[in-house]
Design a protein around this ligand. Sequence first.
Ligand code: G6P
Length: 367
Amino acid sequence: VVAERGRHKHFMAKEIHEQAEILSDLVLRSTNADRTRVEGPASEVDFSATTRLVMVACGTAFYACHVAKYWFEQLARIPVEIDVASEFRYREPPVQAGDAALFVSQSGETADTLAALEYCKGKAGQIIGVLNTTESSIGRASDVILPIHAGPEIGVASTKAFTCQLLTLLKLAVSAGRQRGTLSAEDEARIVRQLYSLPRLIQDAMTAEDEVRDIAHWLSSARDILFLGRGPMYPLALEGALKLKEISYIHAEGYASGELKHGPIALIDEHVPVIVFAPRDALFEKLVSNMQEVMARGGQVLLVTDEEGARIAQDGTARVLKMPTLDPLLAPIVYAIPAQLIAYHTAVTKGTDVDQPRNLAKSVTVE
Ligand code: G6P
C-alpha cells in the first residue's frame, strides 16, 4: 500500500497530482487525430431527439452533474434536470420516452443512484452510466456506459474521478451540440483544441500548491468557511465546500454569489474566510461586486483568479491564488485543482485522517 502511494503522504495527494496525466489520456482517447471532433463512446450516445436530460447522482458525482447542466444547456440547448439520487428515487418524478437519464458514479455501486436508475428503466428513452468502475451494478443496468478512465481512486474524498467525470460530461455535451445543430464544426474544433491544452492548464494550476500550503494555516483555524461562484463555478463552490468539510471537519458552505444578500451575508465577519472562484468569464464583474460586498463587511477573501483577474480585483483581498488564463468553458475542471488542494492542505495542517475521514465511506452501498 505504501508503494502505491509513491512519494505522496496520502492517496488523496497522489490522486490530485495524477490528474494532468490522466486527463491528458482521456482527451487523447476520445478525439480524432486532427483534433477537431469528439469521438468514442460520447459521440455514440444519440441526443438528436432528446427532449430532456435528467442527471442523477450523489455527493461529488452530483456536483459533476450540476456543472454539466450549464454545459448541456449552453452547447446543446437541451433542457436539463438534476437531482440527488436519494430525493429523485422517492418523489416519483415524471420520466418519459423523450428523456435521456444519466447517472454518474465513481464506484457504480451507490445504492440510491442504482435505485434511481431502476426507477427510470422502461420510462426513459435511454439510460446512460458515466462510471469509473464499469464492471458494477450501475454499469450492468445501463444501456450505454461512458467510462471516465480515472483509474482506482482510494482516497474517500473524490478528486481525480470528479475531474474525469467533468471532462467526460463536457465531451458528451459537445457531441450532443453537434448532433442537435447547436454547435458548429468550427466551435467544436475550437473546444477540442482547448481540451488539448487542459493538461498544461492543470499543471499550471498545480503550481499554486506552495501558496495553498501557506494559506492552510489561516484556513485551518477558521470555524466556518464560505465558497462563492457564479454560473458553473457555483457548483464548483459547492464541491469545494464539500471537499473541505469531508476531510478537515470545518463547517463550509458553497453559495451562488448572487444569493449572498439573501442570507449568508449575515454570517460575514473578519473570522469567516470567503473563497471566491473567479475565472474571467461573462459573470466576472458581477462576481467581483459580490466579493466587494463581502469585503465591505470585513470578510477575508481568498480570490482564485488569473493574472488579469488579480490585477482588476485583488485590492482589499486577503490572499490571491493564481490560476492560468483559460477558456471559461474549462474553468470548472481547472479550478477544481485549487478546491482540492485547499481541502487537502487544510486537513493536513489540522492533522485529520485525510484518506479515511471519520464517519464517511468510499462507497455507500446501503441506503
Ligand atoms: C460517497 C463518497 C463520495 C462520493 C459519493 C458518491 O459519499 O464518499 O466521495 O462522491 O459517495 O459515490 P459514487 O461512487 O456513486 O460516485
